[in-house]
Design a protein around this ligand. Structure first.
Ligand code: HMG
Length: 384
């Protein structure tokens, strides 16, 4: 039975920071950020957004009344969740008027959890014919002002509906995966920013990709020429390129040209948004589907998901007939173009006002009837 991604959407905040301006303020050559790291802009997340609002805002774009009846399971992947007990999926169920006769759960393993959610969704649909699963991957990537990781911040959410006979792509049963306890990036429960060994994390990412690629080829008998494109988890866009450069020589010149062009297409949205942890690899997929000119139904894309700590998975999807009609390409491009630019001073002020560990009320001077917002606390409970 064909099961896969039926609908796909993305949401990020309305504010954006120009990284050339950030480089100038930090006394860094802007080329380090735009070429060395491969990031041009970064979403800035105000304190009336959190993983719930961004996840609900992403999902609201794709949920219709049929989904409301058929969604049997809501999987919420995040590593910047808002409660140590209650699942963000429950808030989303209520905000979107989804059926109470559904299972709701939050999952975590750094940036990898979105992919685990997707695989669980596929397996769930396989054993519950006719049901649909909503998968949300939502995060705020924070490293702190004036840190090496600052240029790789960002945030946003991807929502996907997994079903039988999907409109966009089937998820193939060819996954290879691995996990190993590594201290490359983690966030103790009392901290609002991650502890990171950035260079170690880059090395582990590259190593896990290469190891899984070899394993994938051994198990499937496929080669690089079997793919129309590769999409990577993109903490910053150069990371995907570094990983891909390890295998690009396996392709002939023509295939190399196509794959590198499509890698660029897959990086475009991330260049403008930054890292969104769990959702990043699926923003990369959305970017590829939105910008690539040459993709044809029936072709396969390779997806590499990585989460620090560390866990990785490599698998493929097959594009469906008329898939492009179901990809919100122009909508996403327009929304990113319409964001409001903030100065470095404004960004720093917004960053410091996130109140991640506070129970104070958020200022409610920003009413927006079109989007879900975090309004503050009442009796220790978050209000939306
Ligand atoms: P850094 O030490 O500031 O940068 O940290 P660098 O000195 O390594 O330079 C970066 C690149 O810029 C280098 O290129 C330089 O040569 C180049 P490379 O050798 O890597 O190809 N460069 C220049 N290029 C042009 N003009 C110039 C110039 N100067 C230098 N003038 C680092 C960079 C990414 C480590 C840092 O930003 C960081 O720690 N980020 C956070 C961690 C991260 O993103 N890790 C990625 C892998 S781990 C992962 O993906 C998981 C994650 O998403 C979390 C999760 O799973 O939950 C992070």
């Amino acid at each position: 039975m064909a099961i896969g991604i039926d609908k796909l959407s993305f949401y990020t905040s309305e504010y954006v920071l120009d990284l050339v301006e950030l480089a100038q303020r930090r006394g860094v050559d802007p080329n380090k950020y735009t070429i060395g790291i491969g990031q041009d802009k970064q979403s800035v997340i105000p304190n009336y957004e959190d993983v719930v609002t961004m996840g609900a805002n992403a999902a609201a774009k794709i949920i219709d009344n049929d989904d409301r009846q058929q969604i049997d399971l809501i999987i919420f992947a995040t590593e910047s969740g808002i409660d140590n007990s209650k699942s963000s999926a429950l808030y989303v169920q209520k905000l979107l008027n989804l059926s109470e006769f559904s299972r709701t759960i939050e999952i975590k393993q750094a940036c990898y959890a979105g992919t685990f959610g997707l695989m669980q969704a596929r397996d769930y649909v396989a054993s519950h014919s006719g049901k649909r699963v909503l998968v949300i991957a939502s995060d705020i990537a924070r490293y702190g002002l004036n840190t090496p990781g600052e240029v790789t911040q960002g945030g946003g959410a991807v929502a996907m509906i997994v079903s039988e006979s999907p409109h966009i792509a089937t998820i193939n049963s060819d996954s290879v995966y691995m996990s190993r306890d590594v201290a490359d990036f983690w966030r103790p429960i009392d901290r609002t920013e991650a502890i990171v060994d950035g260079h170690l994390s880059t090395d582990i990412y590259k190593e896990m990709f290469l190891t899984l690629w070899q394993r994938y080829k051994d198990q499937s008998g496929r080669t690089i020429a079997d793919f129309a494109g590769f999409t990577f988890h993109l903490p910053y866009t150069k990371m995907g390129k570094k990983a891909f450069d390890q295998i690009i020589d396996e392709a002939d010149e023509r295939t190399q040209g196509r794959l590198l062009k499509n890698l660029k297409a897959s990086q475009k949205f991330s260049r403008e948004v930054g890292n969104l942890y769990t959702g990043s690899v699926y923003l990369s997929l959305l970017s590829l589907l939105s910008y690539a000119q040459d993709l044809v139904a029936g072709e396969q894309l390779a997806i590499f998901s990585y989460g620090s700590g560390a866990e990785a998975e490599l698998y493929s999807i097959t594009l469906q007939e008329n898939f492009f009609k179901y990809v919100p390409a122009n909508e996403t491009k327009n929304e990113l173009a319409d964001r409001k630019k903030v100065s470095v001073d404004q960004y720093e002020q917004i960053f410091n006002s996130q109140l991640l560990d506070s129970h104070e009320n958020v200022s409610s001077d920003h009413p927006d009837a079109d989007h879900f917002q975090f309004l503050g606390w009442q009796n220790g409970e978050r209000q939306y």
